[in-house]
Design a protein around this ligand. Structure first.
Ligand SMILES: [Zn+2]
Length: 159
């Protein structure tokens, strides 16, 4: 019997420590929150993906009265990116959330289903996706989905 310890690397910084490309991507994710369709949760999430061709695509959560029919901002964004630009990998993804008249102080992290889709997008293009999780106080930078989804379905051999 043995124990495996899994560690995750997360860089914590604030907005002023980001480079201009990172600031732009965060700004786009924040802007996207305002176009969310979240009449039920009132929790508006925005995401922005920077593609290998330099294009930035954005998305947000799209809710539905039949709850499982809605979709998170991350998957809305990645599916749109993959649908419109199937030949270009996703280099980085920024995520922000707005509720009760403010952006969250602490970063919001993708749900399990979105983590699985981020993983698949990394595998599809053989390109790690740099993830920027926005909070008014702290921003978390994660260099790839492995740090958010250890022991992922289909990736056990990576350990
Ligand atoms: Zn999600």
């Amino acid at each position: 019997m043995k124990q495996i310890n899994i560690t995750a690397k997360i860089i914590v910084c604030n907005y002023n420590e980001l480079n201009s490309a990172e600031k732009i991507l965060i700004d786009k994710a924040k802007e996207a929150t305002f176009k969310a369709y979240a009449p039920y949760s009132k929790f508006q999430v925005g995401a922005a993906a920077l593609l290998a061709n330099g294009e930035i695509v954005t998305g947000n959560n799209q809710e539905n009265v039949a709850f499982p029919s809605g979709l998170c901002a991350e998957r809305t964004t990645l599916f749109y990116a993959n649908a419109q630009y199937p030949d270009h990998s996703v280099k980085s993804l920024a995520i922000a959330a707005y509720t009760n008249g403010d952006f969250l102080e602490k970063p919001i992290s993708p749900c399990g289903a979105c983590r699985q889709v981020i993983l698949e997008t990394e595998m599809r293009y053989n390109q790690a996706i740099r993830i920027l999780l926005y909070g008014e106080k702290d921003i978390y930078i994660i260099e790839g989905i492995n740090d958010l989804l250890p022991l992922a379905f289909g990736s056990i051999e990576a350990i």
